[in-house]
Design a protein around this ligand. Structure first.
Ligand code: BGC
Ligand code: NOJ
Length: 814
């Protein structure tokens, strides 16, 4: 069952039924000011950091799931009836509901009682504000007298504190109202130099800044007392719960349309110009007023919206493909790329499943996210790489996360995950391949943000690599530390105390448990680093990396191979994990996917065996599960993985993030049918028809789909913020379509399904537009390339030497 449809031409998903199985959300903003918005206008906004600069309040894990947001109410002055055009929170019956989620904007509206209304929400480029453009049309044959109300609830900036420290916060709330603009200035009198504002383009019939005056005691957002009464009371908040609401009266002739613009924004004043007049406690509004005035003009709002559209045309235009598969096309051309921007901006911090309080930007996560993002905004990727590296520890190890506002690492969700450092190499390598900007390696970057500890970025990569060499276990495999990619395989944790964090508890010295996954990652990252070193003219160093890689490969062959697949790990007793000898958890996806991705065993048939075994034991119609058999009980020596009921999350769920490793593995084996089949099983667009089972948005990936051991097999959870976005994008674009960035140029090596006659693509790479067309003439993956009509040797197209800005590549597959 579907709850809407894809409008590919407009790059929108159109939801036609408001009660989707879960809130289906979108992100507003792509630079510094961000909002999350659901299909019924729920959600919240923040500036840069969802924890430390939260503008509007949102109660997570609520009933109903999604309540609180950017609500508009309309009230018919004749009948006293009122409703929200976004369905929530009033949930009245109406016609023509639609929510159009697009690239950085959302339009929600409906028709009720002959009044058509929709609101377009977006964040203009380069601005720290969001625009709500409310358009109301009278579709009746008679005049209509309508009051329109806006509403938001302010968060007192620190979202963690806001949700816990009530005894203080009920006293701190402060606002000012001037010329109809509501200024939220809690804590501005002391150490904050920022405030929020909520403005309206029309003359006001009233406003509200105290929540209780708006809702009334004992009422919720579904029946605000002041809306019901038809008159806002011009309340001024002193403590309690500051909010913003405007009331505008509209007299509409039949057929008449009116537009109201509401603005919600964030502003920082210079410390020495905070107050006006100086010495007073009144906000200096001089610097922000021009911004407010500009965006309240509907024509300027339209122009800002147009700029946003063009921005996305530009970003998505960097790679466009036309294949015989519509699901591939729309994910690659639109939604998957778009989701990569969201994961780049948010990492795993703020969605409807990540609270914005618990996690900042993950070290592992943000490095991997670059794989799907770097081509869209290389300058931002560069900045991110340097920020990430600056949190690296002198040992080469890493904090697991850092806060985007302070850019400082912290141990809140642990440290000492021994795979972490290698992802920096992977991220930097992706950046170099995309941009050819070798200067990044010479940038001075501190360790742990300590001044005077600066070393060139390249030094950070060297330490990442040697971090593992200094931490090898009894078999010569990398010690796992707290965990590896699988945060829940906690082999040194041994926690038997309820509530202890699996990620920060350690009861073992960590000298025994080893990870075959990290071994595979080491091989992959080591090869990337060797390639970088050799192009830096460090031949001997490159050779030493390759020697270590070769040594690790032989250790994997000797101690990491179980006969038919790669082992997963050794536990603290030195016992195998992910072996046929195990009672449960006999085979795992991560080590098999990643070792083959790294190219291990391609020559001797072990890669083929590993992928066959993975397919046989782990692949289901809803994707490839993490391991089999699922753990049916809690294992002290394994940790969080066995804490989940079978089929969920890391305990044999379909963890979508790692499925692409197998797709890439299959592509490396030349099996395009299998690679694309695996791709399609978790492609959300391809799952749109089973919306009632899948339940999450059909336009973005979810972290997990419940595995075959779960009662809800096929149900997706935790949409949006997942490494799935970057990895699937990378797998389909670079390995299945095979349009791959390399240090030397663009490689064309498709491994596509046998029944595809070919495909065409456009790729803008290092300033050159490559028009690519691939034609299948035989069933294999052998490719013969012509570049601007001339045949070339091999499959790497070097950048044109003569300044050509457009290059045509034709490839014949046989
Ligand atoms: C989740 C993992 C996550 C980890 C670290 C666990 O509870 O299941 O998916 O990576 O926490 O935050
Ligand atoms: C989610 C985390 O963000 C990611 O870093 C991790 O690799 C997966 N969970 C698997 O545990």
């Amino acid at each position: 069952m579907k709850f809407g449809y894809f409008d590919d031409r407009n790059r929108e998903y159109v939801i036609t039924q408001p009660d989707t199985p879960l809130p289906w959300i979108n992100y507003l903003g792509c630079q510094a000011y961000f909002g999350i918005i659901s299909n019924t206008a729920g959600g919240y906004s923040f500036y840069r950091d969802a924890r430390l600069r939260r503008l509007t309040r949102y109660r997570y894990n609520n009933a109903p799931f999604d309540l609180g947001g950017r609500y508009v109410y309309l009230r018919d002055e004749e009948s006293s009836q009122f409703w929200s055009p976004s369905w929530q929170p009033t949930r009245r019956e109406f016609e023509n509901y639609s929510c159009r989620h697009g690239m950085g904007y959302t339009v929600i509206g409906s028709t009720a009682n002959g009044i058509e209304a929709h609101t377009r929400y977006f964040v203009p480029l380069d601005e720290n504000l969001e625009v709500w453009q409310l358009t109301v049309t009278n579709r009746r044959s008679a005049k209509a007298r309508i009051s329109a109300f806006s509403s938001i609830e302010f968060c007192l900036w620190d979202a963690q504190d806001d949700a816990t420290n009530f005894q203080r916060n009920f006293n701190t709330g402060q606002v000012e109202v001037e010329d109809g603009v509501i200024y939220h200035k809690t804590e501005y009198r002391e150490r904050r130099d920022h405030f929020a504002y909520f403005a309206c383009s029309e003359p006001l019939a009233g406003f509200e800044t105290q929540r209780e005056a708006f809702l009334g005691p004992y009422r919720g957002w579904d029946s605000p007392a002041a809306v019901e009464a038809g008159q806002l009371t011009n309340s001024i908040a002193h403590g309690w719960a500051p909010m913003g609401a405007h009331q505008v009266k509209l007299d509409l002739e039949p057929g008449e349309t009116r537009q109201i613009v509401f603005l919600l924004g964030y502003h920082e004043n210079p410390v020495d110009r905070k107050f006006d007049p100086p010495g007073s406690q009144t906000i200096n509004k001089k610097l922000v007023k021009p911004t407010i005035a500009r965006h309240l003009d509907p024509a300027k709002a339209d122009a800002a919206f147009e700029r946003l559209r063009q921005y996305w045309d530009g970003l998505l235009g960097i790679f466009q493909v036309s294949t015989p598969d519509i699901h591939t096309n729309r994910m690659v051309n639109i939604w998957n790329a778009y989701q990569c921007m969201a994961t780049f901006n948010m990492s795993r911090s703020a969605s409807f499943y990540e609270s914005g309080i618990g996690r900042g930007l993950g070290f592992r996560d943000s490095n991997q996210d670059l794989l799907g993002f770097v081509h869209m905004a290389p300058a931002r990727a560069r900045e991110r790489i340097l920020d990430l590296a600056a949190t690296q520890l002198p040992t080469g190890g890493a904090y697991h996360q850092y806060q985007p506002l302070t850019k400082r690492g912290n141990n809140d969700i642990g440290g000492g995950f021994n795979d972490d450092p290698h992802w920096l190499i992977v991220g930097v390598s992706a950046y170099l391949k995309e941009t050819g900007d070798w200067s990044i390696l010479d940038e001075p970057v501190p360790y742990d943000n300590e001044p005077v500890s600066e070393q060139p970025l390249y030094d950070h990569l060297q330490r990442s690599f040697s971090y593992t060499l200094a931490r090898l276990g009894p078999h010569g495999l990398p010690l796992i530390g707290r965990a590896d990619w699988n945060d829940c395989l906690n082999l040194n944790c041994f926690s038997d105390t309820p509530g202890q964090s699996f990620q920060t508890t350690t009861n073992k010295d960590g000298k025994v448990a080893e990870s075959v996954f990290i071994a595979g990652l080491f091989v992959h990252a080591g090869r990337e680093l060797a390639a970088i070193a050799s192009r830096r003219g460090l031949a001997a160093e490159a050779a030493s990396y390759l020697a270590e890689v070769a040594k690790m490969e032989s250790v994997i062959r000797e101690h990491g191979w179980d006969g038919e697949w790669f082992l997963r790990a050794y536990d603290d007793f030195g016992a195998k994990i992910g072996s046929k000898e195990c009672e449960e958890g006999k085979i795992f996806i991560e080590s098999n996917g990643f070792c083959v991705l790294a190219g291990i065993g391609l020559e001797d048939g072990t890669a083929l065996k590993a992928m066959d075994a993975t397919g046989r034991h782990l692949a289901t119609r809803h994707g490839i599960v993490v391991q089999q058999p699922a753990y049916s009980r809690y294992y002290l020596n394994l940790g969080e993985i066995s804490s989940y009921p079978p089929g969920y999350k890391e305990n044999a769920g379909v963890f979508c993030h790692v499925n692409p490793w197998v797709m890439i593995g299959e592509a490396r084996l030349g099996r395009g049918d299998r690679a694309h089949d695996y791709y399609s099983r978790i492609n959300p667009s391809a799952r749109e028809e089973i919306g009632e089972l899948h339940r999450c948005e059909p336009y973005v990936y979810a972290q997990m789909i419940a595995g075959k051991d779960a009662p809800t097999f096929g149900e997706a959870k935790n949409s949006w913020l997942t490494g799935t976005a970057a990895w699937n994008y990378y797998a389909i674009v670079q390995w299945i379509l095979g349009i791959r960035t390399t240090l030397d140029g663009l490689q064309i090596a498709p491994v596509i399904p046998t029944n595809w006659p070919g495909f065409t693509a456009t790729r803008i790479f290092r300033g050159v537009v490559y028009k690519i067309s691939i034609e299948r003439q035989g069933e294999g993956n052998r490719i013969a390339l012509t570049v601007d009509g001339a045949p070339i040797e091999g499959n790497v197209v070097p950048p044109p030497k003569d300044g050509r800005k457009e290059v045509s590549i034709k490839g014949i597959l046989s």
